[in-house]
Design a protein around this ligand. Structure first.
Ligand SMILES: Cc1cc2nc3c(=O)[nH]c(=O)nc-3n(C[C@H](O)[C@H](O)[C@H](O)COP(=O)(O)O)c2cc1C
Length: 358
């Protein structure tokens, strides 16, 4: 498929359309103030991206509760005190012409005590000495997601993306390995998916008719079962509970090794599902114009750009200028990132990533 297809607009079930098919992945950058307020570094970074011609810009993972923190200098959306900074972020994105969304995050059992986090496991056997959340506490977490979405709306964001990936709380509850509960949030597939569904449905009820809801899903590790996640996704798509599904793959070309779908690409397990009005996209090593175009052929409505977007903030514009565009190869030098406008805080964080910085 021609790379030009990537520049066709895409309507969503709620609110304004995407102007093209490029979505920026949520990218933690550890440069907020220690209370979670957006800093000038956050604004600089989001400002660079905002000018890059993306259809939709997702913020980094933002804490829906102070106790749900996973990263030092993580962006927060758990208090009204965060509204001023968030409003500036939403404004900066709007000025660039893209849609904006806050990624809503709670670290669950992996909340970091040294940062003020309070581990909140689904099961009593995950973190030594820490009891599983009670049913009432789970409902409070659900409500925190919903309140955070309302805050995002007040700050002027077009929507939120619900973080259901990488073993964080919603993905933790989905996992039969990490969730051994006997209440309505554990046991059957339906019960383990309940928290995610209640969060999504609660946001839809609490926010306005134009508010956009994305759901980020990863399907590997943490004891997650592909067949089960496919069924849950099928229901969410069939009921059109979200505007878009963001498949958080590490390699969009990866194939399934075992089970019902062995030999297929992981992506196709989800793009084969009937999706009604829901849009489906994926991340995972999209490092060239050609690969981005190919993903539309493979059934994606949009592509989600992570590392290539850090290396070149205006990836969509580069693709438009050059259909043969290739992202710089990793690793890169700190000086390369500095020259591109990244802050020392962000560069320090990237130095902790395998194969990012020399
Ligand atoms: C520096 C960095 C920070 C990330 N932070 C987040 C995050 O806050 N939330 C999230 O869901 N994924 C996060 N991810 C994963 C990316 O969103 C993306 O799914 C992944 O990098 C694969 O896409 P890519 O191959 O284009 O980089 C992060 C990845 C990187 C490299």
């Amino acid at each position: 498929m021609a790379v030009t297809e990537l520049f066709k607009p895409l309507t969503l079930s709620h609110g304004p359309e995407m102007r093209n098919r490029f979505v920026l992945a949520p990218l933690t950058n550890q440069q907020s103030a220690r209370d979670g307020s957006a800093s000038t570094f956050d604004l600089d970074w989001i400002g660079q991206l905002a000018q890059g011609d993306y259809a939709l810009i997702q913020t980094c993972a933002a804490t829906v509760e102070a106790g749900g923190i996973a990263f030092d200098r993580q962006l927060g959306i758990h208090s009204d005190s965060h509204l001023a900074g968030l409003t500036k972020m939403a404004d900066v994105i709007r000025e660039g012409g893209g849609l904006s969304t806050v990624q809503l995050h709670h670290a669950g059992h992996r909340a970091r005590r040294e940062l003020g986090g309070i581990p909140a496991p689904a099961s009593g056997s995950t973190v030594p000495g820490v009891k599983a959340l009670t049913t009432e506490e789970v409902e409070l977490v659900r409500d925190s997601f919903i309140e955070a979405a309302q805050r995002a709306e007040r700050a002027g964001f077009d929507g939120v993306s619900v973080h259901g990936a990488f073993g964080w709380i919603l993905s933790e509850f989905m996992s039969p390995l990490l969730n051994d509960r006997t209440d309505k949030y554990g046991g059957s597939t339906e019960n383990r998916a309940r928290l995610t569904l209640e969060v999504i449905e609660g946001i839809r009820r609490a926010c306005g008719p134009d508010f956009q809801i994305g759901w980020r899903l990863s399907v590997e590790r943490y004891g997650l079962l592909l067949e089960e996640l496919r069924d849950i996704t099928a229901e969410i798509l069939d009921r059109e509970l979200i505007d878009y599904l963001d498949l958080a793959l590490w390699d969009s070309a990866q194939t399934v090794q075992e089970g019902t779908f062995a030999g297929q690409t992981l992506l196709s397990v989800f793009t084969d599902l009937p999706r009604k009005g829901v849009r489906v996209g994926a991340a995972g090593k999209i490092m060239s114009a050609q690969r981005a175009g190919q993903l539309l052929e493979e059934g994606c409505d949009f592509v989600v750009i992570g590392r290539a977007g850090i290396l070149q903030r205006d990836f969509p514009r580069q693709v438009q200028k050059n259909p043969q565009y290739e992202s710089p190869k990793l690793p890169v030098t700190a000086q390369y990132l500095r020259a591109g406008g990244l802050s020392e805080r962000f560069i320090n964080y990237l130095q902790g990533w395998q194969t990012f910085v020399y």
